[in-house]
Design a protein around this ligand. Structure first.
Ligand code: TYD
Length: 227
């Protein structure tokens, strides 16, 4: 690994015309629903190109990696292999999809990004948040979000939502202790200041959560100055 891994903060990233918004949170926190609602709202209110995408996935190779890491019955996947697979999916995603969209001036809304790897592989699997984050920063050439929204939801509410969705995927099937480490890690990441982050209460009615999300996102979208 080279000195490229000693990344600079987001504020030193190269300027780009688009806006990059990421949703993060534990399983069942409602990210995917809120990402879809936000996409529609941006389309209606700002009338510009909006790209809704997700990780792992978002590209052909990424969707294949998604099947490998999430479907049960793919054989044993050790923690480092898992971390590298998520990073590989993310590299394809940023280079093939996210960076070109931002260059076109699009608003990109992404369901999960680097902090998911830090929380799930770094904390959940015990690989360490810092090395796992550095791996992803290398994989993405340090392309960081303009805003990360952490959707927070109580453990029992999240568990109930995941259970009501039917068969658990490989990560969802991990024990409560794993998900507790993931949740604590997200909580700590939400406080860090290396890029813009905000925590939104994911509890209650979907529309109320959507309004809270919009209140957090609108100032970033209307900041005015093209970057
Ligand atoms: P997904 O169906 O997107 O979960 P959810 O709908 O709850 O967001 O599945 C993504 C799963 O992959 C989720 O359990 C978290 C896990 N994951 C990681 O472990 N590391 C990562 O870097 C990413 C992006 C996801």
């Amino acid at each position: 690994m080279t000195s490229e891994l000693h990344y600079s903060p987001a504020t030193n990233a190269p300027p780009r015309p688009g806006v990059f918004i990421v949703f993060e949170g534990g399983d069942g926190s409602g990210k995917s629903t809120q990402a879809r609602i936000l996409e529609t709202r941006i389309r209606e209110e700002i009338k510009c190109e909006v790209l809704l995408t997700r990780e792992p996935g978002g590209t052909e190779i990424g969707e294949r990696i998604r099947s490998l890491v999430l479907e049960q019955g793919q054989g044993q996947i050790d923690a480092r292999t898992e971390a590298l697979l998520y990073a590989a999916s993310r590299s394809a995603h940023t280079h093939q999809v996210i960076a070109p969209a931002l260059e076109r001036g699009a608003i990109v809304v992404c369901d999960r990004y680097i902090d998911s790897s830090a929380a799930y592989q770094g904390a959940g699997r015990g690989l360490g948040e810092r090395p796992v984050t550095e791996l992803s920063r290398w994989a993405t050439e340090n392309l960081l979000p303009d805003l990360t929204i952490f959707l927070s939801l109580g453990v029992s509410d999240a568990r109930r939502r995941v259970t009501s969705r039917g068969a658990a995927d490989r990560l969802e099937a991990e024990p409560d202790s794993f998900h507790a480490r993931v949740r604590d890690s997200f909580h700590a990441l939400a406080q860090s200041t290396d890029s813009a982050r905000v925590t939104v209460n994911g509890g209650g009615e979907i529309d109320d959560v959507a309004d809270r999300v919009w209140n957090a996102v609108a100032p970033v979208l209307t900041a005015g100055e093209p970057r």
